[in-house]
Design a protein around this ligand. Structure first.
Ligand code: XMP
Length: 517
């Protein structure tokens, strides 16, 4: 396994994903991880991430001594390279501004890290690499024992290595897709230099998780809130495989789900996989509680609180439950750890049943805690969940409640579901579903005038939204083909009663959020 020390770069998670994609288990920890913890983790190799600080500033982050004492290979990226340089006796010269961009790197001296990894070869036989580079501070003096392994037009030392200690460092970012050979560089480091095998595969992840769940749970009983989303679906499939009948799922249908979503969830889990699922039809209760409420935050609070109330009522009818399972995934864990140490700025608090474990005196079980989303999907497929479910766009906890502007009514929800279904169906047909991160329809209660064959219409408006994003913190509106938008618009106005007009949302995030409320 590999240890990644995080110096705060926006790409650190990407490093971890690259390493895991290569079939090697890794963990990401803050740069100031305690020496004892580093020794206990006992990695086969360490990767030092980039970061926003400058090693030339007093008090800037440094690599813990334990890393050098481990006597294992180390790869420093960007800030990690500079920290390595100053700590091992070299020097770094400050740069005026930090800039990211394309650069062409020339490899020097056939280092073990870069040997034969190149996009092109120049006239003199040197390998050339296209990379994504962060200009800024640069290493000006190599530490003793190091030689230069890469340079660019602007940066004389863009890579360095001490082959005897297996210490390597690169000023550019091999983890981003703009560095086409990046994957090979990481493969070279983790497989060949560190000697890690490819043991981290979906099948192994599942087997490992099953053993751990069985050990933790024994013969006791587990409760899981199933939502139809990817994470809880994978937890359900995994726990069912691990502990079978000891798992009970509660699926609260708040009536604000997508078209036929409730039936689909039951079909897949109860009928197909044989999981014990209790479906609670709470549509009427939610609609009643939301009657007359138009403020978005008030709607969210009502839905959230009622969800917990309904879930808890159900749970109390069950005997002898000791665990509550949750679909927490690794990015959530990293985010909340970062939030505690003040190293990350954002956290989402989207856990639907927050507070419940304490109140019900349940122990938590989180079998996906160490997995990235792509790994969760891979094991979902391996566990037999349909591809359509595993690659489904995310859906907010409050559901259509935040996509029906203003008051939520049954009629509006039905209209919206129908329009949304048509939009999604057309996206799938055209191949655009997988090219967008999230897409949905929105219901606007304002009316507009239309004309159809037999006369005047005066009906609400449907908005369509499709975005492209990696992390959902920022997003671009998707530039869907006009023909596709045209088909969706025609179908929605013709097939869905009570819609006068269809509009497409062309606002990015920021300034808009992805959801309309
Ligand atoms: P916004 O609208 O903030 O959405 O740009 C970012 C992502 O978060 C989802 N979202 C939610 N998910 N409960 C959730 O579980 C919520 O209350 C909620 N609000 C927004 C949204 O769908 C998008 O993927």
């Amino acid at each position: 396994k590999i240890l990644i020390l995080d110096f705060g770069s926006q790409y650190t998670q990407l490093i971890a994903r690259r390493v895991r994609e290569l079939g090697v288990y890794c963990e990401l920890h803050p740069w100031d991880m305690a020496d004892a913890d580093i020794r206990a983790f006992a990695p086969r190799g360490v990767i030092l991430s980039g970061g926003p600080a400058s090693v030339t500033e007093p008090g800037s982050p440094r690599v813990p001594q334990a890393v050098w004492d481990l006597k294992v290979p180390v790869l420093g990226i960007c800030y990690g390279m500079q920290a390595m340089a100053v700590q091992l006796g070299g020097n770094v010269t400050p740069g005026a501004v930090k800039e990211f961009g394309y650069a062409e790197v020339r490899a020097h001296g056939h280092s073990r890290l870069l040997k034969d990894i190149e996009d092109r070869v120049n006239d003199e036989g040197h390998g050339l690499l296209d990379v994504w580079m962060s200009h800024g501070d640069h290493v000006s003096v190599l530490p003793p024992g190091f030689k230069r392994i890469a340079s660019t037009k602007d940066v004389a030392i863009a890579g360095m290595a001490d082959e005897t200690r297996a210490y390597y460092a690169l000023q550019f970012h091999p983890e981003v897709t703009h560095t086409p050979q990046g994957r090979r560089i990481y493969a070279r480091f983790v497989h060949e230099i560190c000697g890690c095998g490819k043991a981290w595969t979906p099948v192994n992840i599942i087997e490992d998780a099953i053993l751990r769940v069985r050990e933790q749970v024994g013969s006791r009983k587990v409760l899981l809130g199933l939502s139809g989303g990817v994470d809880s679906a994978v937890v359900a499939a995994l726990l069912h495989k691990a502990i079978g009948e000891q798992l009970t799922c509660v699926f609260v249908d708040h009536g604000l789900l997508r078209y036929r979503e409730g039936d689909q969830v039951m079909k897949i889990f109860a009928d197909h996989l044989g999981v014990r699922v209790i479906r609670v039809d709470a549509e009427a209760r939610f609609l009643h509680a939301l009657k007359g409420v138009t403020d978005p935050e008030a709607k969210r609070k009502i839905i959230g609180a009622l969800f917990v109330e309904v879930f808890e009522e159900q749970a109390q009818t069950l005997e002898g439950i000791e665990f509550l399972a949750q679909g927490t995934i690794y990015p959530d864990v990293i985010e909340s750890a970062g939030a505690k140490t003040g190293k990350a700025q954002v956290i989402k608090s989207h856990h639907n049943v927050g507070g419940l474990p304490e109140r019900m005196k349940l122990k938590l079980i989180e079998p996906l805690r160490e997995l990235f989303k792509d790994e969760v999907r891979a094991i979902g497929l391996e566990l037999g969940l349909p591809r359509e479910m595993v690659y489904r766009h995310p859906f907010p906890g409050p559901g259509l409640g935040v996509r029906i502007l203003g008051e939520v009514t049954k009629a509006a929800a039905d209209t919206l579901r129908h329009a949304d279904h048509i939009f999604i169906e057309e996206l799938r047909k055209s191949g655009w579903y997988d090219k967008t991160a999230q897409a949905f329809a929105v219901y606007m209660p304002v009316k507009s005038v239309g004309v159809t064959g037999d006369g005047r219409r005066y009906e609400p408006i449907i908005g369509l939204r499709a975005v492209q994003t990696i992390d959902f913190m920022t997003a671009q509106w998707a530039q869907l083909p006009y023909e596709l938008l045209d088909t969706c618009s025609r179908r929605i106005v013709n097939e869905v009663p009570g819609v006068s007009r269809v509009v497409y949302d062309i606002t990015g995030k920021p300034p808009a959020t992805i959801e309309w409320e």
